[in-house]
Design a protein around this ligand. Structure first.
Ligand SMILES: N[C@@H](CCC(=O)N[C@@H](CS)C(=O)NCC(=O)O)C(=O)O
Length: 211
């Protein structure tokens, strides 16, 4: 199987780079400099019409959207390595639920927060009451994740899986956007364990060197 990943430093592609490192699979990686606009070149738009990273080209067929790529990596390469639950198990349902929740439901609130208060967003979109509402809902969402993590060390039990990588990547990103994790002790311990992983440190360290 041939895998080619289009990525960029410190971007939505970084969790995919991290997942590939955890899995230890061969993959050609092309690092774009997003500031130069190479993600809008006609040749790249032909494989990802949205002109964003990541895209993983699998035997010539492009797969885009980080969540889809991460879930596919789990299904195709994670099961045999003990990093993703097999289809048909109850843990597989837990993995699909929390990972999709992180990118879709939790991620939507992070987007609201970014539009309404980020210095990178157009200041005309800034809206303090809406930002406060998003922060309050994000905190409640983290409380529900914390309650789940009170039951076991990792999301699916006592072993780390790509489900942890997917959810913790989104939660880590949200902390850079201003979401606090104080008051969620289980979640804080889990995030620390996640960020101490050798592949996490290596992936994000490489990213900062490229930057
Ligand atoms: N929902 C997409 C988001 C992809 C995305 O927005 N990527 C950004 C980097 S974080 C990008 O490539 N931006 C370049 C651009 O908009 O020109 C995913 O998860 O794959």
């Amino acid at each position: 199987m041939s895998l080619k990943l289009f990525a960029a430093p410190m971007s939505s592609a970084t969790p995919v780079v991290h997942a590939i490192a955890e899995l230890g699979i061969d993959c050609d990686t092309v690092m774009f400099d997003l500031a130069s606009g190479e993600q809008k070149s006609p040749s790249y738009l032909a494989i990802n019409p949205h002109g964003v990273v990541p895209t993983l080209v699998v035997d010539g067929t492009p797969l885009f959207e980080a969540l889809a790529i991460l879930q596919w990596l789990g299904e195709r390469h994670g099961v045999e390595r003990g990093l993703w639950p097999a289809a048909g198990t109850s843990q597989h349902l837990v993995a699909l639920s929390w990972t999709t929740w992180a990118y879709v439901s939790y991620g939507a609130l992070v987007s609201v927060l970014n539009y309404t208060q980020s210095p990178q967003a157009d200041a005309r979109l800034h809206h303090a009451p809406l930002a406060a509402e998003a922060l309050s809902r994000l905190d409640a969402a983290l409380g529900r994740l914390d309650a789940h993590l009170a039951k076991s060390r990792w999301l699916l039990g006592e072993d780390f899986s790509l489900a942890d990588l997917i959810v913790a990547s989104v939660v880590s990103y949200s902390t850079y956007c201003g979401v606090a994790t104080d008051g969620h002790a289980h979640l804080g311990r889990w995030l620390q364990d996640f960020q101490s992983r050798e592949a996490f440190r290596r992936t994000w360290a490489v990213d900062s060197q490229v930057e």
